[in-house]
Design a protein. Structure first.
Length: 260
Protein backbone atom coordinates (compact mmCIF):
# COMPACT_ATOMS: atom_id res chain seq x y z
CA UNK A 1 0.00 0.00 0.00
CA UNK A 2 1.32 3.43 -0.96
CA UNK A 3 1.64 6.09 1.74
CA UNK A 4 1.39 9.82 1.23
CA UNK A 5 4.36 12.16 1.48
CA UNK A 6 2.97 13.68 4.69
CA UNK A 7 2.57 10.21 6.24
CA UNK A 8 6.16 9.40 5.25
CA UNK A 9 7.50 12.53 6.96
CA UNK A 10 5.41 11.86 10.06
CA UNK A 11 6.84 8.35 10.28
CA UNK A 12 10.38 9.65 9.82
CA UNK A 13 9.87 12.20 12.61
CA UNK A 14 8.49 9.51 14.91
CA UNK A 15 11.58 7.34 14.39
CA UNK A 16 14.01 10.16 15.03
CA UNK A 17 14.70 10.83 18.69
CA UNK A 18 15.68 14.39 19.46
CA UNK A 19 17.47 15.08 22.70
CA UNK A 20 17.62 18.29 24.69
CA UNK A 21 19.44 19.35 27.84
CA UNK A 22 18.36 21.87 30.46
CA UNK A 23 21.27 23.60 32.19
CA UNK A 24 19.97 24.55 35.63
CA UNK A 25 21.68 27.70 36.90
CA UNK A 26 19.56 28.60 39.92
CA UNK A 27 17.73 27.19 42.93
CA UNK A 28 13.96 27.68 42.93
CA UNK A 29 11.94 28.86 45.91
CA UNK A 30 10.70 26.22 48.33
CA UNK A 31 7.20 26.63 46.88
CA UNK A 32 8.32 26.12 43.28
CA UNK A 33 10.61 23.24 44.22
CA UNK A 34 7.91 21.35 46.12
CA UNK A 35 5.10 22.01 43.63
CA UNK A 36 6.93 21.90 40.30
CA UNK A 37 10.24 20.16 40.92
CA UNK A 38 12.42 23.25 40.46
CA UNK A 39 13.50 25.28 37.45
CA UNK A 40 14.89 22.35 35.51
CA UNK A 41 11.65 20.36 35.56
CA UNK A 42 9.63 23.51 34.87
CA UNK A 43 11.49 23.90 31.59
CA UNK A 44 11.03 20.26 30.66
CA UNK A 45 7.31 20.34 31.47
CA UNK A 46 6.84 23.55 29.50
CA UNK A 47 8.72 22.54 26.35
CA UNK A 48 8.42 18.74 26.10
CA UNK A 49 5.44 17.57 24.08
CA UNK A 50 4.42 16.27 20.68
CA UNK A 51 3.69 19.57 18.95
CA UNK A 52 6.76 19.28 16.73
CA UNK A 53 8.44 15.98 17.59
CA UNK A 54 6.93 12.69 18.66
CA UNK A 55 10.11 11.29 20.15
CA UNK A 56 11.95 13.54 22.61
CA UNK A 57 14.32 12.97 25.49
CA UNK A 58 15.19 15.67 28.03
CA UNK A 59 18.00 15.70 30.60
CA UNK A 60 18.68 18.21 33.38
CA UNK A 61 22.20 19.21 34.48
CA UNK A 62 22.81 21.40 37.54
CA UNK A 63 25.68 23.59 36.36
CA UNK A 64 25.07 25.58 39.55
CA UNK A 65 26.52 22.53 41.31
CA UNK A 66 29.32 22.25 38.75
CA UNK A 67 27.74 19.44 36.71
CA UNK A 68 29.12 19.95 33.20
CA UNK A 69 29.00 16.28 32.20
CA UNK A 70 26.79 17.21 29.22
CA UNK A 71 29.96 18.39 27.48
CA UNK A 72 31.17 14.78 27.28
CA UNK A 73 28.07 13.87 25.26
CA UNK A 74 27.34 17.22 23.60
CA UNK A 75 27.03 15.63 20.16
CA UNK A 76 23.97 13.70 21.36
CA UNK A 77 21.99 16.88 21.98
CA UNK A 78 20.05 18.94 19.47
CA UNK A 79 19.57 21.90 21.78
CA UNK A 80 20.25 23.34 25.22
CA UNK A 81 18.06 25.47 27.50
CA UNK A 82 19.75 27.69 30.11
CA UNK A 83 17.50 28.57 33.05
CA UNK A 84 17.07 31.63 35.21
CA UNK A 85 19.10 32.29 38.35
CA UNK A 86 19.55 34.84 41.12
CA UNK A 87 23.27 34.90 40.29
CA UNK A 88 24.82 37.75 38.31
CA UNK A 89 25.67 36.81 34.73
CA UNK A 90 28.36 39.52 34.76
CA UNK A 91 30.18 38.00 37.77
CA UNK A 92 33.95 37.64 37.34
CA UNK A 93 34.69 35.54 40.43
CA UNK A 94 32.18 32.66 40.41
CA UNK A 95 33.87 29.57 38.91
CA UNK A 96 30.75 27.84 37.57
CA UNK A 97 29.63 31.02 35.78
CA UNK A 98 33.01 31.42 34.08
CA UNK A 99 33.00 27.73 33.15
CA UNK A 100 29.46 28.09 31.76
CA UNK A 101 30.59 30.95 29.52
CA UNK A 102 33.30 28.71 28.07
CA UNK A 103 30.83 25.83 27.65
CA UNK A 104 28.35 28.03 25.78
CA UNK A 105 31.07 29.34 23.47
CA UNK A 106 32.01 25.74 22.68
CA UNK A 107 28.41 24.62 22.10
CA UNK A 108 27.85 27.59 19.80
CA UNK A 109 30.96 26.61 17.83
CA UNK A 110 29.37 23.16 17.42
CA UNK A 111 26.20 24.74 15.93
CA UNK A 112 24.00 23.64 18.82
CA UNK A 113 20.74 25.49 19.42
CA UNK A 114 20.95 27.54 22.59
CA UNK A 115 17.87 28.95 24.33
CA UNK A 116 18.51 31.25 27.29
CA UNK A 117 15.85 32.31 29.80
CA UNK A 118 16.43 35.39 32.01
CA UNK A 119 19.90 34.69 33.50
CA UNK A 120 20.35 32.28 30.58
CA UNK A 121 19.61 35.14 28.17
CA UNK A 122 22.20 37.32 29.90
CA UNK A 123 24.92 34.67 30.10
CA UNK A 124 24.45 33.85 26.41
CA UNK A 125 24.90 37.51 25.53
CA UNK A 126 28.07 37.64 27.61
CA UNK A 127 29.52 34.34 26.36
CA UNK A 128 28.97 35.22 22.70
CA UNK A 129 30.51 38.68 22.75
CA UNK A 130 27.85 40.98 24.18
CA UNK A 131 27.67 42.51 27.63
CA UNK A 132 25.43 42.31 30.69
CA UNK A 133 25.01 44.37 33.80
CA UNK A 134 22.76 45.72 36.50
CA UNK A 135 19.89 47.88 35.30
CA UNK A 136 20.32 51.58 36.15
CA UNK A 137 18.98 52.57 39.58
CA UNK A 138 16.40 54.75 37.85
CA UNK A 139 15.07 51.63 36.10
CA UNK A 140 15.38 49.06 38.89
CA UNK A 141 13.45 45.81 39.00
CA UNK A 142 11.12 44.58 36.29
CA UNK A 143 8.78 42.13 37.99
CA UNK A 144 5.22 40.93 37.43
CA UNK A 145 3.40 40.80 34.09
CA UNK A 146 4.88 43.26 31.60
CA UNK A 147 4.29 44.18 27.97
CA UNK A 148 6.80 43.43 25.20
CA UNK A 149 7.02 45.11 21.81
CA UNK A 150 7.94 42.41 19.29
CA UNK A 151 9.88 42.95 16.07
CA UNK A 152 7.59 40.70 14.04
CA UNK A 153 9.70 41.02 10.88
CA UNK A 154 12.78 39.67 12.68
CA UNK A 155 10.78 36.83 14.25
CA UNK A 156 9.38 35.90 10.83
CA UNK A 157 12.79 36.06 9.14
CA UNK A 158 14.67 34.09 11.81
CA UNK A 159 12.06 31.55 12.93
CA UNK A 160 9.42 31.45 10.20
CA UNK A 161 6.57 32.62 12.43
CA UNK A 162 4.63 34.87 10.07
CA UNK A 163 1.70 35.87 12.30
CA UNK A 164 3.45 36.51 15.61
CA UNK A 165 1.80 39.17 17.75
CA UNK A 166 3.49 42.57 17.95
CA UNK A 167 2.53 43.23 21.58
CA UNK A 168 2.44 40.45 24.18
CA UNK A 169 2.33 40.17 27.97
CA UNK A 170 4.91 38.01 29.74
CA UNK A 171 6.15 37.13 33.23
CA UNK A 172 9.24 39.10 34.33
CA UNK A 173 11.54 38.96 37.36
CA UNK A 174 14.93 40.64 36.91
CA UNK A 175 17.09 43.68 37.57
CA UNK A 176 20.03 42.71 35.32
CA UNK A 177 19.89 42.95 31.55
CA UNK A 178 21.72 42.03 28.35
CA UNK A 179 23.34 44.66 26.27
CA UNK A 180 22.66 41.24 20.52
CA UNK A 181 19.72 41.21 16.98
CA UNK A 182 16.95 42.67 19.16
CA UNK A 183 13.62 40.88 18.72
CA UNK A 184 11.72 42.51 21.58
CA UNK A 185 11.97 45.32 24.13
CA UNK A 186 9.97 46.57 27.11
CA UNK A 187 9.60 49.96 28.76
CA UNK A 188 12.50 49.20 31.12
CA UNK A 189 14.69 46.76 29.18
CA UNK A 190 16.05 47.55 25.72
CA UNK A 191 16.90 43.95 24.86
CA UNK A 192 14.13 41.63 26.04
CA UNK A 193 14.67 39.01 23.31
CA UNK A 194 17.66 38.61 21.00
CA UNK A 195 18.61 36.13 18.31
CA UNK A 196 21.78 35.10 16.52
CA UNK A 197 20.89 33.39 13.27
CA UNK A 198 18.81 30.30 13.85
CA UNK A 199 21.10 28.94 16.56
CA UNK A 200 20.75 31.31 19.52
CA UNK A 201 17.63 32.71 21.18
CA UNK A 202 17.73 34.63 24.45
CA UNK A 203 14.77 36.08 26.32
CA UNK A 204 14.56 38.03 29.55
CA UNK A 205 11.01 36.87 30.29
CA UNK A 206 9.91 33.57 31.85
CA UNK A 207 7.79 31.27 29.65
CA UNK A 208 8.04 28.61 32.36
CA UNK A 209 6.30 30.69 35.05
CA UNK A 210 2.64 30.74 36.08
CA UNK A 211 0.76 33.26 38.23
CA UNK A 212 1.29 31.37 41.48
CA UNK A 213 5.03 31.12 40.82
CA UNK A 214 5.50 34.82 40.08
CA UNK A 215 3.39 35.80 43.11
CA UNK A 216 5.60 33.62 45.31
CA UNK A 217 8.72 35.25 43.83
CA UNK A 218 7.34 38.75 44.39
CA UNK A 219 6.67 37.87 48.03
CA UNK A 220 10.17 36.44 48.41
CA UNK A 221 11.86 39.55 47.03
CA UNK A 222 9.69 41.81 49.18
CA UNK A 223 10.40 39.80 52.35
CA UNK A 224 14.14 40.05 51.61
CA UNK A 225 13.76 43.81 51.03
CA UNK A 226 15.02 43.45 47.47
CA UNK A 227 12.03 45.45 46.25
CA UNK A 228 10.04 48.29 47.80
CA UNK A 229 6.39 48.23 48.85
CA UNK A 230 5.53 50.25 45.74
CA UNK A 231 7.34 47.87 43.36
CA UNK A 232 5.75 44.84 45.05
CA UNK A 233 2.27 46.39 44.95
CA UNK A 234 2.57 47.30 41.27
CA UNK A 235 3.85 43.81 40.46
CA UNK A 236 0.99 42.13 42.32
CA UNK A 237 -1.54 44.41 40.62
CA UNK A 238 -0.14 43.53 37.19
CA UNK A 239 -0.50 39.81 37.92
CA UNK A 240 -4.04 40.24 39.19
CA UNK A 241 -5.22 42.41 36.30
CA UNK A 242 -3.35 40.97 33.29
CA UNK A 243 -2.83 37.61 31.62
CA UNK A 244 0.56 36.49 30.31
CA UNK A 245 0.47 35.38 26.68
CA UNK A 246 2.29 32.13 27.36
CA UNK A 247 1.14 30.26 24.22
CA UNK A 248 2.83 32.82 21.94
CA UNK A 249 6.18 32.89 23.73
CA UNK A 250 6.21 29.10 24.24
CA UNK A 251 5.47 28.63 20.53
CA UNK A 252 8.50 30.79 19.72
CA UNK A 253 10.71 28.68 22.01
CA UNK A 254 9.47 25.34 20.68
CA UNK A 255 9.71 26.50 17.09
CA UNK A 256 13.30 27.59 17.68
CA UNK A 257 14.35 24.36 19.41
CA UNK A 258 12.53 21.77 17.37
CA UNK A 259 11.87 22.90 13.81
CA UNK A 260 14.30 22.86 10.93
Amino acid sequence: MMISESEYHQAAQAEKQCRFAVLKTGAATEYTESNYGGYGMLMVDRFKDGDYLQNEKWDVFSVLDDDFSFLDDHSMYDGFVITGSESDAHSEDVPWILRLCDALKFLHSQKKRLLGICFGHQILARALGGSTGRSPVSVGWEIGIKSLKIDTNAVADLYGLKDFESDIHVFESHRDQACGVVLASSSKTGIEIFGIGGEVLGMQCHPEFSKDIIMDIIQKHYSKQNITVQVASEAIKSVQEKEANLPAIIKLCKNFLKKG
